[in-house]
Design a protein around this ligand. Structure first.
Ligand SMILES: C[S@@+](CC[C@H](N)C(=O)[O-])C[C@H]1O[C@@H](n2cnc3c(N)ncnc32)[C@H](O)[C@@H]1O
Length: 285
């Protein structure tokens, strides 16, 4: 596992998303995850949708299913699920800003039982009863969590028998050279507030050790890496056209996290095969 130079706490993650709210919404939009370019010709909006749809298809969600979205961001997938699959969705995020925005959107959407609900809490300290969900989905949350064994233990605990976990996560190559750890992966962990990045092999072992059965695991780094070229172009445009972004960049360069450089590091890490991206389906029997 690749670790940041200093441990990352849930408070660090919450602060990261709260303080970069403007940046994330302008650069990514309301869904903070990679796009999935299956053919390579899709628009970025279509690629974002395709990644979400892939996760949801793996989860085999049926109308009325109780679904938990761990690390729900602005609640976009939860709201989409409630509408498109008539599921009862609960989203969990560490960020108060994200949670408030998700609740605002939920208040304007759906009705009754189909309105998703959102909680601002740490997944490792969630209030859910045992066996309360048919499905747990989680898109790009795992890297932020330090106790990954506990992450999966909680998923297993809250799932009913036969319940599905469908998840995506940033991953790293099975073995990485020292230069990549030093110049790319450890700084990416620090700047992106990742508590640790696992390889897909480590991911599979963690899930299996929790007692869940892995039914599918696939790495799709080459199909998602285009995301970072898109983000890089958007950022350059924002810096050139908006004063507040030039201020943001100046402040950022003075801070300890150089978040502006992360995009370049991530681009290089994907191109050199140091970073990858996993999609996984597991079941509680
Ligand atoms: C990259 S964002 C992805 C958001 C959302 N899944 C999406 O695709 O738009 C990571 C999310 O994980 C959440 N997160 C990270 N660690 C968490 C934890 N321990 N408990 C709950 N949420 C967490 C963050 O608050 C954030 O919403």
């Amino acid at each position: 596992m690749i670790l940041p130079p200093e441990p990352v706490s849930p408070q660090d993650v919450a602060e990261h998303y709260d303080s970069l709210d403007l940046f994330y919404r302008d650069a990514w939009g309301e869904e903070l995850h990679h796009g999935y370019w299956e053919t390579g010709d899709e628009s970025s909006a279509a690629a974002i949708e395709q990644l979400r749809e892939t996760v949801l298809a793996l989860a085999e969600i049926e109308p009325g299913n109780a679904v938990c979205d761990v690390g729900c961001g602005y609640g976009t997938a939860a709201l989409y699920l409630a509408e498109s699959r008539q599921a009862q969705v609960t989203g969990v995020t560490l960020s108060e800003v994200q949670c408030a925005e998700a609740e605002r959107k939920a208040a304007r959407s759906g009705s009754g039982a189909l309105k998703p609900r959102f909680l601002c809490c740490d997944w490792l300290e969630n209030p859910f009863e045992d066996a309360s969900f048919e499905v747990v989905i989680s898109i790009e949350c795992l890297s932020h969590v330090s106790d990954k064994a506990d992450f999966f233990a909680e998923a297993k605990r809250v799932l009913k028998r036969g319940g599905r976990l469908s998840l995506t996560a940033w991953t790293v190559r099975e073995t990485t050279p020292k230069w990549a750890n030093r110049w790319l992966l450890a700084p990416i962990c620090h700047e992106g507030r990742f508590a640790g990045l696992v390889s897909s092999g480590e991911l599979e072992s963690l899930v299996t050790a929790s007692g869940l059965t892995v039914e599918r695991i696939e790495t799709i780094g080459p199909q998602v890496k285009k995301t970072w070229r898109v983000i890089f172009r958007r950022l350059v445009k924002l810096v050139l056209t908006k004063k507040e972004y030039r201020r943001f960049l100046r402040q950022n360069l003075r801070s300890d996290r150089f978040f502006a450089f992360t995009v370049i590091r991530v681009l290089i890490a994907y191109e050199t095969g140091m970073l990858d991206y996993a999609i996984l389906k597991a079941r509680r029997w």
